[in-house]
Design a protein around this ligand. Structure first.
Ligand code: PCA
Length: 321
């Protein structure tokens, strides 16, 4: 009798969900709002799936370097990952739309841009056996500098930190030497005297405590780059349908939460830079004009190199304004 009961229990066991574990790799710090949002996403998935899917989050480039994460997920070495979308442009040019300077000027613009980009990203990801889960913007990108900047000529011969192909092109157009530095190493590069300026969010300045070297911040709102969280399609398809639904639902919630977090943190970070002694100033009229001109040149080059898909995003983006 007891034996029969035990056998029945064993036979029933696989009916309770087999537990699946995913590894999710990101290049950003555990404390960053993007990563905290991912951790909450993982917790919600685990809860909604009654423990059927556990997502283990690996921050700080520990599992794969930021620039290798998409390939790792495509190759199934990690089931899921996060990267900055505009780093994917070599294979997926339209992913760079959110780093074209002075196109997206507000969070509402960023939202419209993502709605237009998403179907194209979904199609390209499908071709690679991947699925986009959600995307969240960084706060607007401003200009940090050790010395005051009055005009574009002040960049000539200086070293500018870069984090994606767009920032490399911008450094070149300003006649500055591009220096690639991962987000988590900005503080080290600055203290080591390796950088004169960078364009990134006030938040990234705060997280890297840049006030030791950086003395000036110009909130030029140049663009709103997004991080994208994605999964290997086979890993996703292997889940039971209710678990898949739990992932999609938690992803939509994480997207909404992430956008709200980014917006809230945006102003706060500028205030914190100011409290730490960084001078927050408007760009001079001359610099402003030069940067806008640079943005127009960048846009032209970008639309030409990307082709038809660029128009699919930019034409409705400008018409809906
Ligand atoms: N921080 C990241 C990307 C954009 C941002 O605001 C970085 O500086 O690498």
């Amino acid at each position: 009798m007891i034996k029969a009961l035990m056998l029945a229990a064993l036979a029933a066991a696989p009916m309770v969900h087999a537990q699946t574990q995913w590894k999710l790799a990101t290049g950003y710090r555990a404390e960053s709002f993007h990563t905290r949002n991912i951790v909450q996403f993982a917790q919600e998935v685990e809860k909604a799936s009654a423990g059927a899917l556990r997502i283990e989050v690996h921050p700080n480039n520990a599992l794969f370097k930021l620039s290798d994460i998409a390939a790792a997920v495509e190759g199934g070495k990690a089931q899921a990952g996060e990267t900055i979308m505009s780093s994917l442009v070599r294979d997926l040019p339209i992913a760079g739309a959110d780093s074209v300077p002075f196109v997206v000027r507000t969070f509402a613009d960023a939202r419209r841009m993502w709605d237009l980009q998403r179907p194209l990203i979904d199609t390209h990801f499908a071709g690679k056996g991947m699925k986009a889960l959600y995307a969240v913007p960084w706060p607007p990108q401003g200009l940090f500098s050790i010395a005051p900047v009055r005009s574009a000529a002040d960049f000539r011969g200086t070293r500018m930190r870069t984090y994606n192909p767009a920032t490399v092109r911008i450094a070149e157009l300003l006649n500055a030497a591009p220096v690639d530095v991962p987000m988590v190493e900005v503080n080290k590069a600055l203290s080591g005297g390796k950088l004169d300026s960078m364009i990134t969010s006030a938040l990234t300045g705060v997280e890297n405590q840049v006030w030791g070297q950086i003395k000036h911040y110009y909130p030029i709102n140049a663009w709103f780059p997004k991080n994208i969280v994605f999964v290997n399609q086979q890993a996703f398809d292997a889940l039971a349908p209710p678990v898949r639904q739990a992932v999609v639902k938690a992803a939509a919630d994480a997207e909404a939460r992430g956008w709200a977090m980014s917006e809230a943190i945006s102003e706060e970070s500028v205030a914190e830079l100011q409290r730490k002694g960084i001078k927050v100033d408007r760009a001079t009229a001359e610099l402003d004009t030069e940067l806008k001109r640079l943005g127009e040149r960048f846009s032209r080059e970008w639309v030409q190199s990307v082709g038809n898909e660029a128009n699919k995003v930019f034409i409705p983006f400008y018409f809906q304004r």
